[in-house]
Design a protein around this ligand. Structure first.
Ligand SMILES: Cc1cc2nc3c(=O)[nH]c(=O)nc-3n(C[C@H](O)[C@H](O)[C@H](O)COP(=O)(O)O)c2cc1C
Length: 377
């Protein structure tokens, strides 16, 4: 006689109420659905592998076909596993987060692959929103608090100049960037500058940015199509040897609208740099979920460094987090859990006619005024 099918709850299920609805959410597969609280009892029952007959015996008042239908639904939602079927690869991958779960796992998957809307619709929606809910103040004061006035910043040196000159560019000039310049941006942003021996567990890298515990969880990838001397393609930056590893030759700006659904105009730049996180590097050292924040913060360090360096080289940098995560991860051949893309920067040639081009072609350039309270050189 064939063995009866057994069922077991996915280890990655959380339940919560949202807008009054009771939601079951598998944070490995990111499948979620509203259901009656009885589903909770059933999922609780299947903490270990059990056949339908055991559930039926425990719930004599409910017809067996109804229970079978409920189990089928829970299986389809990936909330329940079946002994005769393979689980989604994401279930196994999510086990890696171990002690960070469920809080990090839920945040990780639930914030991925968001729906993008076009700029016009988003503009209209924001206008309507601002009428009902005015934009919050972008700065803060403590009314009535004694005030210590500060001397004006003294500007000197190239770092100050780069900070003051850095802007996000969304229009670009013609031409290419020399490989030597692009290589400098990569090396000074993400290259391993030194190795430190840590007693008991080995060597850790030092880079130009700080990293919690020197774990350096951020990896860097390059999609280049306008770098003189570098063939178009998708590359991994090997931080220890300062070299590019070819992932896919020939890839170029045609990938940009897919990678950045709201940023097709970045295809006029020369290259983008993708920042991903290898979570295990932090998890190994910090087995508590707060450490999930480290790669997010550190990607910001690297991105800013890249943009400042590009600015000092007279180039037009940009940064963006409007990414189609899974599309990028497919090309990078990473699973989106062990390693997941976080953030992107890029660089192009400065457009000739503008001293700053924050708006893409066809969009209104916003008015900018200096803050008179803070002197600029
Ligand atoms: C976390 C983060 C996410 C961003 N995401 C996007 C994005 O998806 N698309 C985009 O065009 N710009 C993006 N930007 C750029 C901002 O729009 C830009 O920094 C902001 O308008 C201020 O202009 P500035 O960079 O010239 O100071 C992002 C910047 C940051 C820091």
């Amino acid at each position: 006689m064939p063995k009866p099918i057994r069922y077991r709850r996915s280890p990655h299920v959380v339940c919560y109420w949202k807008a009054g609805e009771f939601i079951f959410h598998n944070y490995a597969t990111n499948r979620r659905a509203g259901a009656a609280p009885i589903a909770c009892e059933v999922l609780d029952f299947f903490g270990d592998w059990k056949p339908l007959s055991e559930l039926s015996a425990a719930r004599p008042g409910v017809a067996r076909p109804a229970l079978k239908q409920l189990l089928d639904t829970l299986v389809a939602l990936t909330l329940l596993h079946r002994s005769d079927r393979e689980n989604a690869p994401a279930e196994q991958a999510m086990d890696m987060f171990g002690p960070w779960n469920p809080e990090a796992g839920l945040f990780h998957t639930a914030t991925k692959d968001v729906r993008f809307i076009d700029a016009e619709t988003s503009g209209r929606e924001l206008q309507a929103q601002a009428a009902a809910w005015p934009m919050p103040s972008p700065t803060k004061r403590y009314p009535g608090a004694p005030v210590v006035t500060l001397p004006q910043p003294a500007h000197h040196g190239p770092v100050d100049e780069a900070l003051l000159a850095r802007r996000t560019w969304r229009r670009f000039g013609k031409g290419t960037i020399p490989l030597a310049t692009f290589s400098t941006l990569l090396g000074l942003t993400a290259g391993v500058q030194q190795w430190v021996s840590v007693t008991d567990y080995g060597e850790v890298p030092l880079k130009t940015s700080p990293s919690g515990g020197a774990r350096h969880p951020v990896e860097v990838y390059v999609l280049a199509w306008g770098v003189e001397g570098l063939a178009r393609g998708l590359y991994h930056y090997a931080a220890d040897v300062h070299a590019l590893e070819v992932i896919q030759e020939g890839m170029g700006p045609e990938r940009i609208p897919e990678y950045f659904p709201q940023g097709g105009y970045f295809a006029e730049a020369s290259a983008v740099v993708l920042f991903s996180a290898v979570y295990e590097r932090d998890l190994w050292r910090y087995p508590y979920s707060r450490a999930y924040r480290a790669p997010l913060i550190e990607a910001g360090h690297l991105c800013q460094t890249f943009c400042l360096l590009a600015t000092t080289r007279g180039l037009a940098p940009f940064s963006l987090m409007g990414l189609a995560d899974s599309a990028i991860e497919r090309d990078l051949r990473v699973d989106g859990i062990h390693e997941s893309v976080l953030y992107a920067a890029g660089v192009g040639v400065l457009p000739e006619e503008a001293d700053w081009a924050p708006a893409p072609p066809g969009f209104r350039v916003p008015a900018v005024r200096p803050n008179r309270k803070l002197r600029r050189p």
